[in-house]
Design a protein around this ligand. Structure first.
Ligand SMILES: [Zn+2]
Length: 350
């Protein structure tokens, strides 16, 4: 039997977020693992009805699981967020909350997509020193996207941004007003890959491909239906920042906050964490090259310490939602979580 509870926390600027703590026992035998979701979804994205999801697997392995709803979560108040805001305000406060709630001095993290970019910003800026091992999926410091996505984010988003502050895949089910109706009409006219209007909206919003964020053959029917309720509002402010990041080939800060460098790759990472990069080779949201580039960047700073796993047959979110992810992906993640984050003892006596 697992138990779960919601632990509210305030981000450093006062924004109200929460953590969902899932445990198998009163005192888990292993330490805390923080899971950080992507844009326009919520903590629940890690709990697909796919068979055994990553939360089941971590809890069964004895971990104390913490799912962070940060300001991009559709469970929280809609807001025009940037990655900078999350990096400075949300993730450091979430980590501090887990530390104070558990008494554990350190924790591990599994971060996905824009939870990954923003958490990586926190990490390389030295704002989450308690996190020793970080497993990341899809994209971190070097966003690389397909050509069609570049055209959309460069020309489509600025045009659409004059009409609306948010996009919302829920418009596939109910489009309130002229702009949502017109945009959804365009999406449904060009997407014929399935009969799930939210699935098609998600592909049009976040990538290139039919679909863009998963391979249909990787999802069971229940998960394909379930995802209808898991995607909602995402602000244009995020796409505006990502357009600048993609143009520069690396993450850049946009808010001018003193705690963050403008270019996150311009100086060595201010973290001792060990990083493990996962990249679905079929990803049509962020190309696998994204993770390869960041892995190499970390390798340049600390050769032989980090790891990269390229996942054949996987895309973006099916890495977590796939019906065979418990067979193909999660054992790798468990193995990497178990590995020591310690730096190699250079020059140590043998
Ligand atoms: Zn579909």
């Amino acid at each position: 039997m697992t138990s779960e509870r919601v632990v509210p926390f305030r981000a450093r600027d006062g924004f109200e977020c929460n953590l969902v703590n899932v445990r198998a026992a009163e005192r888990p035998e292993k330490g805390p693992v923080l899971l950080v979701h992507g844009a326009g979804v919520r903590a629940n994205i890690f709990r697909a009805p796919s068979g055994r999801n990553i939360v089941d697997v971590l809890v069964d392995a004895g971990y104390d699981v913490w799912l962070e709803n940060w300001r991009a979560s559709i469970d929280l108040t809609p807001n025009r967020w940037t990655l900078d805001q999350a990096a400075v305000n949300d993730h450091p406060a979430a980590v501090e909350t887990v530390v104070s709630e558990t008494g554990a001095p350190e924790l591990k993290a599994i971060i996905h997509c824009q939870g990954s970019t923003s958490f990586m910003m926190s990490a390389v800026a030295g704002l989450v020193p308690q996190v020793t091992t970080i497993l990341t999926n899809a994209v971190t410091l070097h966003p690389v996207i397909p050509l069609w996505s570049r055209l959309k984010i460069s020309y489509g988003i600025p045009a659409v941004g004059r009409l609306t502050d948010y996009l919302n895949p829920q418009w596939g089910l109910a489009a309130p007003g002229m702009t949502p109706k017109v945009l959804n009409g365009i999406v449904q006219a060009f997407h014929h890959e399935c009969s799930n209007p939210v699935c098609k909206e998600v592909s049009a919003t976040y990538g290139s491909g039919f679909p863009a964020l998963w391979r249909h053959e990787n999802l069971n029917d229940e998960t394909h239906e379930w995802l209808k309720g898991e995607f909602a509002h995402v602000p244009i402010t995020f796409f505006d920042q990502m357009r600048r990041c993609v143009a520069e080939g690396r993450l850049v800060a946009v808010d001018g906050n003193d705690e963050l460098p403008r270019d996150f790759t311009a100086q060595p990472p201010a973290t001792d964490a060990r990083f493990v990069f996962f990249a679905g080779l079929e990803n049509r949201c962020f190309l696998p090259e994204s993770q390869v580039r960041t892995f190499r960047w970390f390798e340049d700073h600390d050769p032989g310490r980090h790891a990269l796993h390229e996942l054949r047959g996987y895309s973006h979110l099916d890495v977590f939602m796939g019906r065979h992810a418990a067979r193909d992906v999660f054992p790798l993640m468990l193995t990497e979580l178990e590995r020591s984050p310690a730096r190699a003892a250079v020059g140590a006596a043998s």
